[in-house]
Design a binder for this molecule. Sequence first.
Ligand SMILES: *Cc1c(COP(=O)(O)O)cnc(C)c1O
Length: 423
Amino acid sequence: MSESVHIHGSYTEDSNFFGDSTPFELVRRHGSPLYVYNENVLRARCRELKELVDYEKFHVNFSAKSNSNPELLKIVRSEGLRVDAMSPGEITMDEMAGYAGEEIFFICNNVSAQELRFAADHKVRVSVDSLSQLELYGQVNPGGRIAIRINPGVGAGHCKKVVTGGKETKFGISPADKDKVLAICERYDLTLIGINQHIGSLFMEGSAYLQAAETMLSICEDFGELEFIDFGGGFGVPYKKLEGQGRLNLRELGQGLSELIRNWTDKMGYRPEIMVEPGRYITAECGVLIGEVHAVKYNAETCYAGTDLGFNVLARPMMYDSHHDIELYRRGDEPFDAPHPVTVVGNICESGDIIAKGRELPTPKERDIMVVLDAGAYGHVMSSNYNLRLRPAEVLIESGNTPRLIRRRDNLEDLLAPYRVAV
Ligand SMILES: *Cc1c(COP(=O)(O)O)cnc(C)c1O
């Protein structure tokens, strides 16, 4: 009993993204909206980055803030990647996925003594990003091992909010404070084990990253022999793949990095671990967000498709003006009409609740399914219960092509539970 299905957009079909399933079946079983991940895509991205640099002490730390589902973390771990954490919560999730403390790098920013204590107790490597936090770490864990995050004075990124290097950001210690860093380390008997940086997110050209890496290596020359040097994340993905946007040229970037590292280690006469910390590159493309069209209307001249994909489910378009490609799936005999500008909105009571403005799409119909591409990074992790909506379930299409539930959808009791304090 096969019914006809029309699909506008080619990515999920060409990549066999849903395996044995269809978005209609997945929504029937797990509700809409729904996050769906593909294991093959996730593994492919992990392997590409593991092979980035030709250096025996090269390590990839996956930035778990982009997606901390433990089932995805387990896959990332099985590919031999280590992990970055930004909070005790992420450290806990990393451990739940099987990571040992030694494999976790806590890159913190303005944290409390308790949080630093937590990290020290869990034997994770820690990086602090100000002199005050270095001092605090010394008080919490005298005699310990510590890394510092430096601000190399240059930044890069797709949007001002995600540029994290340069003079106008809150991150990092200035290299000019080197003597103060060393003095604090001496006072608390701390060993400076590493230096890291992260200049920003979503570069599509390797040149800014290479330049920042080069700057960083020269800064590191002043800090004595280090256990590791970490160039940061930010590797971009083509969010406009339906219109043919190309990929980041990893081969070129990898060759550039390998050469920098070779020259530097030859010159310095020692070989520290070299790390990168990609988040989005690993998880963005392995995830899509599925939603349903509930209403279609024209206000003035604008065609609106009203969906269950509010900014509570995917915050990036509203927060960063981000573009996500959208595919349409339709059951039944009615074919799609010619694409024209359609504004896709969610169900949250704010007029900024727009997932795509004036997007070239066929006129959607009630009960069509929208598939929002490249939603695996900064998707579910940034979702909220705003408007007291339920955060979606997450399903993994395993390499055998079968779907497996890896996070259940919230239920109403999840919303009420924290308030049951007045016994
Ligand atoms: C967010 C973050 C990353 C990962 O950024 P992506 O753009 O997802 O690669 C890496 N390192 C630090 C310190 C970060 O804050």
